[in-house]
Design a protein around this ligand. Structure first.
Ligand SMILES: [Zn+2]
Ligand SMILES: [Zn+2]
Length: 333
């Protein structure tokens, strides 16, 4: 990884917005590209700029732009759909056939750079007490909000979150805002479980050190209503399935580094479990911002580390090695 001087981007289309980046959060997917050079079939061609959890300040706006003006602080929605394909026309912009997503190989360069040009539709003004950090966190948080929405709702339910990185934590924050009953959290990193405890988890378990299925079963002999797989690990999926009650639902949010999931035929069939996969999010950025603005969601415990832009490599190495209890590391420009 290195920092290169490149020409400043310029406005091309009338709805383009030029943004000076303020802050960027490092995402697990950025780390996949950094350490593996790919996620599934999306393979990096070097040189390539990663990053999609950004916030900044508007410097210049094209003549058709109405939503923002120079000087505005904004959150950046990294998805740039075509707005015309069958998926877009049915409101599924996140699975657009011609989707361009920031920092996604073959689609668009990422926002790990000082200046970037984005379409107006990707700019969400940060108003009131919302900061650039809130803007950046709105991207992973929106995935939590969306996952809870796709789960069918968590109000007064008992749920499990298997894998407590920033996405697992986003699911938890969204579930709490919706009035969940109890949240059980598992992760292999004790510092992350400590954050889950601070956030009010009913029980935490580390699968490296204890039998988490027995431990959670002991508290919830009837099983969990919903389980969110948030780490992309087969064991986590198996544990989630073991802990679901008949009629329960498994929501798969994690991104695995392998090609095939396996499902226990007996358990999934006899318990008539439902299965919902999650692909990022759609239409949830504004809601995530609103939940933070009203104080329904407080993300302060998520940001554990900050690095200046010049120390980006150190930041990526720290996150990829899961060092120092890192949850979310931010790059300040
Ligand atoms: Zn992300
Ligand atoms: Zn489309």
């Amino acid at each position: 990884m290195e920092i290169r001087e490149i020409p400043e981007p310029v406005l091309v289309k009338p709805n383009d917005v030029k943004i000076k980046m303020s802050v960027m959060g490092i995402c697990g997917s950025d780390i996949h590209y950094y350490t593996q050079g790919q996620i599934g079939s999306q393979i990096v061609q070097y040189p390539f700029t990663v990053g999609h959890e950004g916030a900044g300040v508007v410097m210049e706006a094209g003549r058709d732009v109405k939503r923002v003006k120079p000087g505005d602080k904004i959150a950046i929605e990294p998805a740039m759909p075509c707005w015309t394909c069958d998926q877009c026309l049915s409101g599924r912009y996140h699975t657009c056939r011609k989707l361009r997503f920031l920092g996604c190989p073959g689609q668009a360069e990422g926002c790990l750079m000082e200046y970037i040009v984005m379409p107006e539709e990707s700019c969400f003004p940060l108003t009131g007490k919302l900061t650039a950090d809130h803007g950046s966190i709105s991207e992973p948080l929106a995935i939590g909000v969306y996952s809870v929405k796709k789960s069918g709702g968590v109000k007064r339910l008992k749920i499990g979150i298997f894998g407590f990185g920033p996405i697992g934590m986003s699911v938890m924050l969204a579930a709490k805002a919706q009035g969940v009953d109890k949240i059980y959290v598992t992760d292999k990193i004790d510092e992350r479980l400590a954050i889950a405890g601070k956030e009010g988890a009913a029980l935490m378990g580390n699968p490296m050190k204890e039998n988490i299925v027995e431990k959670i079963n002991h508290e919830e002999p009837l099983g969990l209503d919903l389980a969110f797989e948030c780490c992309g690990k087969q064991e986590a999926l198996d544990q989630a399935i073991d802990l679901l009650k008949p009629g329960g639902k498994l929501v798969v949010v994690g991104i695995p580094e392998f090609d095939l999931w396996s499902l226990n035929v007996e358990t999934t069939r006899r318990r008539e479990l439902s299965l919902q996969f999650i692909r990022r999010q759609v239409d949830c950025v504004e809601q995530a911002l609103k939940l933070m603005k009203t104080g329904s969601i407080i993300v302060d415990n998520m940001i554990t580390h900050r690095f200046p832009f010049t120390k980006t490599k150190e930041a990526f190495d720290l996150v990829s090695d899961y060092k120092d209890g890192v949850m979310k590391a931010m790059i300040d420009f």
